[in-house]
Design a protein around this ligand. Structure first.
Ligand SMILES: *Cc1c(COP(=O)(O)O)cnc(C)c1O
Length: 416
């Protein structure tokens, strides 16, 4: 056993992590073309349209709509689906704030269901327990590119007549039993913010999977003030409220070039993450990310859990050990489940008002999603990049192995 780097031994990481440029000439050329059109409005130019038709081809779907962010995409799906005042929407407590923003702007109420301990995704059984007469939709978040158990979720939705929105902000080209995430629910919502698999600075996409032409037009309108721009029905006199979430031609242009790189990005991340999972299997005190059988995760990041009792250390000690080995990592993901943040604890989405929370008897008590709370206390998050190499993963695994051995051995020595 090598000496820990912490005690002066050699670092597990011997070379810098692979890196690279995500934007190049391709994006610049597309941007120039966008400007030369003389318009940056999505409905008059060709860039957003091309971006979406390329996306549809890649996903094998027939309809999608562009939005200004992932948050906007989710709000658009909810709004177009008719989610309204007092409705309840079940989702994951470990996600980006963007998952629930649209729920509250529709004056609907987020309800959090517990997660599975090692996939970090919604437990279908936990979802079912949260269903009430107010429940209208489920937002299934495929965390870190890991597909949720969609068969079970879709069958619960069918049984209770709920809309299913997939939050795919972190799950480009991830496959659930051979099918792409984002094509399984009623709608799939993607983000192209600067931290996702592909970036247009900010941006979003909504897939419209089973709906009619009217459904597609409703989604399209909701991202554009509920204006209808289709020949069948051009109107600027909306019957209901909707925001302006339009994508510009500049984002569409960058998106066209970025989409061409997406299959490679996702393939690389899947290979690297799968390799790491393989190397972490069976290590004492370590549980790697759990991926559903016959499914493919495209690892937006990598998260694993440590058993503090088995290792006999604190998470901070483990994290620090890894950092000393040259392996950047974060103790945990978001600091708390969403329901423990002040907005939910005080039930105050709008300053000075408890609307819409007081329409429902939902509660946001500590302990209400025990697995989610435990995940956030015992997870270690590693960055992932398509530019990382196999060697990066082997050395990361070696560092984790070294930490696990070090802590379990020193604990055994203490006990002896
Ligand atoms: C990034 C993200 C969002 C929000 O996307 P934005 O483009 O930042 O608005 C929503 N859900 C999840 C799971 C995300 O990771």
């Amino acid at each position: 056993m090598e000496q820990p780097a912490m005690l002066g031994g050699p670092k597990a990481k011997t070379v810098p992590f692979g890196s690279g440029k995500r934007f190049g000439r391709e994006e610049a050329d597309e941007l120039l073309e966008a400007l030369q059109q003389g318009t940056l409005f999505y409905h008059f130019g060709e860039k957003v349209k091309t971006f979406l038709s390329d996306f549809n081809k890649l996903y094998g779907i027939s309809a999608s709509v562009a939005a200004s962010s992932g948050t906007a995409a989710l709000h658009t799906a909810l709004g177009a689906a008719g989610i309204t005042v007092g409705d309840e929407v079940i989702t994951s407590p470990i996600t980006d704030q963007g998952t629930i923003v649209g729920v509250l702007y529709q004056n609907a109420i987020p309800v959090f269901a517990d997660l599975e301990p090692h996939s970090f995704n919604l437990s279908p059984e936990a979802i079912e327990k949260k269903i009430t007469s107010r429940t209208k939709a489920i937002i299934a978040v495929h965390l870190a590119g890991n597909p949720c158990r969609m068969d079970e979720i879709l069958s619960i939705a069918k049984k209770h007549r709920l809309i299913v929105i997939e939050d795919c902000a972190q799950s480009y080209l991830a496959k659930y039993k051979g099918k792409l995430t984002g094509t399984l629910g009623d709608y799939g919502c993607f983000s192209t913010n600067d931290f996702k698999h592909i970036s247009t600075g900010d941006g979003g996409i909504i897939t419209v999977n089973y709906g009619s032409r009217e459904d597609y037009e409703r989604v399209h309108a909701f991202a554009d003030k509920n204006y209808s721009r289709f020949e069948s029905n051009v109107t600027r006199e909306p019957s209901h409220l909707a925001p302006n979430y339009r994508m510009t031609e500049l984002q569409g242009a960058v998106g066209i070039a970025q989409l061409k790189k997406l299959p490679w990005i996702c393939r690389k991340r899947n290979e690297l993450g799968t390799l790491l999972t393989d190397r972490l299997k069976g290590l004492t005190g370590i549980t790697p990310m759990e991926i559903e059988e016959n499914s493919e995760c495209t690892y937006w990041f990598y998260m694993f859990r440590i058993d503090l009792e088995e290792l006999g250390c604190t998470r901070e000690e483990f994290s620090e050990f890894l950092r000393e080995e040259g392996i950047p990592n974060q103790a945990g993901y978001i600091p708390k489940p969403l329901y423990l943040t002040p907005l939910f604890q005080r039930k105050e989405a709008y300053p000075g008002s408890t609307f819409p929370f007081h329409l429902s008897d939902v509660s946001y008590q500590e302990g209400s999603c025990p697995n989610a709370e435990e995940i956030l206390k015992t997870a270690i998050k590693l960055p992932m990049s398509e530019f990382f190499t196999q060697q990066d993963m082997e050395e990361t695994a070696a560092g984790i192995n070294k930490a696990a051995h070090y802590f379990t051995c020193s604990r055994r020595a203490e006990k002896a």
